[in-house]
Structure formats: C-alpha cells, structure tokens
Design a protein. Sequence first.
Lengths: 285, 287, 385
Amino acid sequence: MGSFFHRHKGTTPYLLLAPGVLWLAVFFLIPLVFLGYESLQSGLFPDFRFTWEFSNFSNGISDYHEQFVRSFVYAGIATVACLLLAYPLVYWIAFRAGPWRNLFLLFIVAPFFVTYLVRTLAWLNILADQGPVVGILRDLHILGPDGRLLATTFAVVSGITYNFFPFMALPVYVSLEQIDPRLLEAAKDLYASPGQAFLRVTLPLSAPGIVAGTLLTFIPAAGDFINAALLGTPNQAMIGNVIQAKFLESLDYPSAAALSFILMGLILVALLVYAKIVGSERLTG
Amino acid sequence: MTSLAATPTRARRGLGARAWAFAKRHALTVYALLVVGYLMLPIAVVILFSFNKPAGRFNYVWEEFTFDNWIHWNSVLGIQDAVVTSLEVGLVSTVVATALGTFIALAIVRHRFVGRGATNVLVFLPMSTPEIVLGASLLTLFLNTTTVFQLGFITIFIAHVMFIVSFVVVTVKARLIDFDRHLEEAAMDLGANEVTTFRKVTLPLLAPAILAAALLGFALSIDDFVITYFNAGATQTFPIFVWGIARVSVPPQVNVVASGIFLIAIAIALGNVYWQYRSAKRTTGAG
Amino acid sequence: MTMRMTRRALVQRGAAGVTVLSLPGILAACGGGGGGGGGGGEVKDVLNFSNWELYIDIPSTRKAAGLTGPTTLQQFTQKTGIKVNYYEDINGNPEFFAKVQGRLRQGQGIDRDIIVVTDNDRFLSDYIENGWAEKLDKSLIPNIDNLIATQASPPFDPKREYTLPWFSGMDGIAWNSDVTGPVTTVTQLLEDPSLKGRVGVWNQMGDTIGLVMLENGDDPAKVTDASFDRAIARIEKAVKAGQIRRFYGNDYAQPLQRGDLAASMAWSGDILNLGDPKLKWVIAKAGGIIWTDNMLIPTGGSVPTASTYMNFVYDPNIAAQLALGANYISSVKGVPQEAAKLDPKAADNTLVFPTDDMLAQMHQNDPTMFTNPDYNKRWLAVQGK
C-alpha cells in the first residue's frame, strides 16, 4: 500500500488538510456566501435589506449584457493572440534554444516582476498619440494621419494579451519540454516531413499545455478591468469595470454582488463547455 | 553551350535556395528574438525613465540622466511605507501560504480519504475565479464583520494567503506526483520512523518545489493589485500606491522602485539558474 | 480620563500600523459610538491630515510663487509644536469614502484628525448626516470670523459646525494649443469632429453634468428630471460617437500635456500648477461650476488638535501663502491683500484670486442630484459602467 502513517492512517490527511482547507473555507467559501446574500439585497447605501431581490440578476444581465459579451470577446481574442504569439516562441525555446533555454524563460517571466500597473502605464507612454511608435505608423500609412493606438479596442486587447502572456507561454512550454525527442526522431524515420511531424506528434502532445494555458489566460482576462480603464474609452468598458465601479464608486453592493455571480457563472459554463470539448481529465490534472 | 548556360542558373538558384534555407532555419530564432523584444520593451522604458530628470510634473519626455531618483528613492511621500508594507505582507503571507499549501498537497497526493475529490475542487476554485470576484467577496465578508476584521494589513494578509495557497498546492503537487517513494521506503527499512524520514528525506527532496512555490507566491503577492485594492482599506501596498499616484502624475521614484524589485527578482532567478546548473554539474560529474 | 487615554492609545497604536483587534479595547475606546464621544481632551502632539494631491504649498511651488521660508506645515509645527503627518491619499471622494466607511460605520476612528471632502458630491453630506463627523471646537478657532460671507452657510452644514473650506476651484475647459485651436464651449468639446477621440471630461457627475447643463441653458443648482435627461443625452451622444476619450479623475493633465487629449474639462488650479504655456484654460462661455473642498474631522479624530490647525490656516497671511503655493481659491477674508504683500505679481493671478466678473459666471451644483439613485445609475451607465 505504501502508506506511511499506518498507525494514524485515518487522521493524518485530515490533520494536514485542516489549516489550509479551513483558511479557504473561511476566506473563500464563506465570502461567496456573503456575496450571495448581498446579491439578493436591495436598497441604498448604507441601508441594505435582504429581500430576495432576484431582479438584481435579471437587471444585471439586461443592463450590462454588452459589457459581458465584450469581456468574453476581448478575453477570447487575447487568449488566441497569446497562443499564436507564444507557441512559436516556446517551441523555439524547447527545441532550439539549447543552453539559452533558462535565459529565455526568464525573459518570458520577467515582465511579471514589474508591477502590473507600471507596465501598463509604460505602454501608455510608448503608444502615446504624439509618440514615436504612432509617428512611425502614421508615416508608413498604417495609421491614418489622425490615427491613434491608444483609447481603442486594439489597445485594450493588446494590453490584456501582453499582461497575460506568461500564463499561456509557461504551461505550453512545460508540455512541449516533456515531449520525448525520440518520438520526433521516430516520426522522421517513418518519412514524416517536418510539418507532418509537428502536426501529428508535437501539436497533439502539447495539447495539455495549451488547455492549461488557455484556462489560465482566459479566466483572469475575462474579469480584468485595468487594461480597459487605462487603455480604452467608455466604449471598451468590460464587466470588471462595472463591478469595480459598483463596489467602489456608487456603493451599489447588491447589484455588484449579483454581477460578480453572473460573471462566475458564465465562466463556469464556458469551463464546462471547454471541458467537454477537450476531455475533463486534462483540467484538474 | 547548355552547360555554360546551366552553370550561372544553377549558381543563382543555389544562392536563392541557400538564402531561403537560411531564412527558414533562422526564422524561428528571429521571431523568438522579436517576441522577447516586445516583452521587454515596456520594462526597458520603465528602467530607462527611472534615470530621467523630468522637467515638469510628468515623466514621459527624456530630459537628462540622473542618479538622483535612485539615491532619493523614498523622497515621494508614502512610497517607502507602501514598499515596506508590500514586502512585509509578501513575506508573511508567502510563508503561511507555502506551509498550508504544502500540507494540502501532501495530503492529496499521498493519502486516499473521503473528500479528496472535493478538496481538489476547493483548491482549484480560487484559481478559476476572477480576481475581482475574489476581492469583492472578501470585502463583503470584512464589511459584515468589522468588529473582528478591520480593513488594513491583516485583511490584505488574509486575502493574499487565500489566493496563493492554490498556486502552492499545484506546484508542490506536480513534484509530489513524480516523487520517488523508494528513497523514503529505504530510509524506513533502515530504521527511521515516519517523522525522521519526512524530515531527512522527503523534505529536502521536496525543497526545490517548495522553494519554487514560495517564490511564485511571493511574486504573486508583491504584484497583486485587484484583490488588495478591494481589501486594503487605507493601507497602501506598492501597487495600490502606484494606482493612487498615477491619478495625478507618476514620479520617477515609482520607476525606481519597480525597477528595483525587477532587478532583485532577476538576480534571484539568475542565482537559482546558476545554482541548478552547478548542482547539475556536481551530480552528473564535470562536463 | 480613561476615555482620553484609551483613545490616545488607539490613535497611537493605529498610527504604528498595528490593527487593533481586541474587542474590549475597541469598545472601550469608542465609548458613545459614532459621532459622539469626540471633543474631550487636550491638544495632541501629532496631527494626522489626509488631503488630495498637490493641494498644499511645497518648497517648489513656494519658490515659483516667490515665497520664501518654510512651508505652512512646518510653520505650524514651529508655532504650536504639533507634528503633522500629512497623507496625500485622497484620490476621489467615492473611493476614499469606500475605504473608510466600514470603520466609521462601527463608530471607530480612521487614524485621521482632518480629511478633505468636496462639496459637489454626496459624500460630504453623508459624513455629516451619518454622524461620522466631529463638531469643531470653535473656541479654538477664533479665526473662523475670517470666513468669507458666501461660505458662511452651505446647505450641508448651515451653521458651520463640522466643516471649514480648504480651497475652492473652478471648472472650465483647457486645451493644448499645440494640437488644436481654442476650445471655449462645451458644445465644441462634445461635438467638434476635429477633436474626436481626444476630448476628456470628468468622471464626477456634478462637474461634468453641471457644465453640460449650463451649455443647455439649464440651471445646475436646480436640477429637474428633464434638465438631467437633456444633459445625459448630449454626453451619451458624444460617447457613442467616439468623441470622448475617457472620463477622467485628476489624471487628465498628463494626457492633455502630451497631446493625447486635445481639450478637456479642467480645473483652474491644475493648469496653473503645470505652468505650461501651451496649455490654456478658460471658463466655458456658458459659465462654470465652482466647488469647495472642506476640512472635516472624522469620528475618532482629535477635535482640539484639528481645530488648532484650522485656526492656523484661517489666518489671512497663512491662507495667502497656501493659495499662492497651491494655486487654488481661498475662502479667507483679506487673502488677496495679504498675497499682494507677499508677492505682487502672483497676486494678479485671476485664477487664484478671481474677479467678481468671473465669480458671477460661476454656479454651484444641486445637492439633491447626488443622492438620486436613478441619476447615479445613468451617470455610471454613460461611462460604460
């Protein structure tokens, strides 16, 4: 059986689990219960009353469906962009980088060491309307004479892509790195072209990494509000901005709580659909 | 005549084909370098402008080079407190979260017990919840229990441990699953009891994973904005400080602190890489 | 005696960053709960003052205004021996309120003796009506007589029992003359296609809606559903057309200077503070909004210490230094004359010392607008939130 603590077989796992699970129960589950309670309240700050106010949910969807859809669309595009940008890079690192591997992995993670806000503010500098980047693009006629990069959907999605890049790159790298090179040799021996070897050996074997990366990127991206706040116009507002405003500006806690649950619910639905498509063992690993 | 005509054509095709083959072989490398350039561009800008001496209130035009900002990095009101708070919270929450997470990982991987599946799900859930929901729900808890929890350092600490634990579990679990139990069994066969075996065999072998989890946790804590934003009350961590001061103007000292954190993190990471390289050399022998 | 000592202990421990979790300690220190229990006691040796950014004189602004000597905070310490912990942690009225309301609701202090809250939003009234403001000790503020007549009796504090003005400011329009010609009307701001995507407005209802109402010919001091509808409709149109880049807080100044914004609704003092010749500011043709930031003592703050400070800044000479050093409008009598004595040139600045003509173009907001939940919801909705 290999079990160590044969004398205390029963209680050991529970003892080990207790502190951590307790922490999560008190500070993750219970807050969600509170949030649920609050989502069914009504009234104006600071006098909220519990009134089974399910209209918070229906109003949430009808008033903000635009922001919900937008959030999922932006997160989706950013996730795909991350995948397309990251895959060749990590492929190169896994198979071609040789001794420089760790250095380039460091490059992927490095942006993370500069505070999220500071990196996003740096993009504000780089992409400024009167800055060099926009200037060059205007000269090349990629942008019109009045064109700009900031305060656009492009800027917001790019910001999300940039900020969540490592979440996609690293899991994909891990799964690529684990591929036994002998499999690729075998494919070559069997007269596969490099393209075929990639499509039929490498890509499928890297699927778990792609799945993990997609989840780790999409989920936080859907709830993000910083990129939309700093890099977009009100027409780019995501559901995260709405929730943040309701909690911290209009102090409309019931509505904010309801929106939070709707967001979680939608993500869960997306997760289930995704799990169905890719097979659920890959998810919880 | 055919041979004369053929030679230049073949040479030309040879050059073109060679160039194409060269491009194909190195395209991926060029691409990789371009992407890395894209990733590092904002960071380069941040570090560069930390050495700038802005003419006015705003730091976006290069004026002149100066070390002043680095020397007087704490001359901006509130920045030192914010950095110290970030470091303190990071340290304390990382230690606690790493301990809690490691225990959970050990329990999940090494034991079969009722509720194992549910525990797995419970641990996975915070990672799959958007930060804004995590932060907001925790705020709701604190607002309804203000006699016990006042928004401030304690609530930030609680929030950070909560969201770091899941990452620790995943990291340590991955290592535990591949763990070679034979060494432990050998130790037991040689007379060590469970506790001694754990202390002298399991833990040291697990140490790199635990360290990696701790580093990850610390990085997450230092950088966290959204969850902290909801639960900090009037206390400021560095990201919260940046958000506040960005409303008016970002002084170069913010760049300095951000660059400083970055450089220290890089140094630690490089040190880790070097240490792994050295220990790999030692175990596999020279060369 | 016991109450004073436990209150002092609470403030000191709080200031040392230790969260006070002991229930008995908190209950003992709170005594009578929200609003009451304040006052009593002596002047402390530390004042904790929360304010907005760039809202007080600092060495560089003093130099620019031709003032010499230590800052007013330092002068205060020299005169009274009270050290000031000055925090620039107020970035927005709703955000700050959200940060502190939890503790205030429980009758606990927030480790501050003075905070500064704007009057053209709901929060100033909220603090007072919820009992989260301590009454001033007017016996320690003889200089209160220097308060100008127009500020003597505001709707949120008719007897000036809880608040005293810090600075007033004017809402107008600023533009970057490097990227655009003059922008002098709200209509231009919202509808001129050459400015598309480069226009900024505020995320504060009173300021933005106020200016738009004036442009519509409505009175911002008497808001009706119809006038609100008209104002919101215009802003909505501008947002949908992509005219408005963002709804800014204090942070429009940098994009404006950079040229990311061609024109923006702007506060008088901000543009002055930047001192950049290419940035111009005017009162909009239809008129402007004037607002006042007020000092307030939150629950748990030390009334004697705070009152002493308030008295200090209501001395006309000190008030003049503050006005010159922060570039905002003072509510203290005799300030223009004192300022002229300190620096004749700076005293000509009509943005800090507005003429009667300018003041005649100013209007105030209707306080009932801020607590109307429908208006609030629609205001957020127009921002995409």
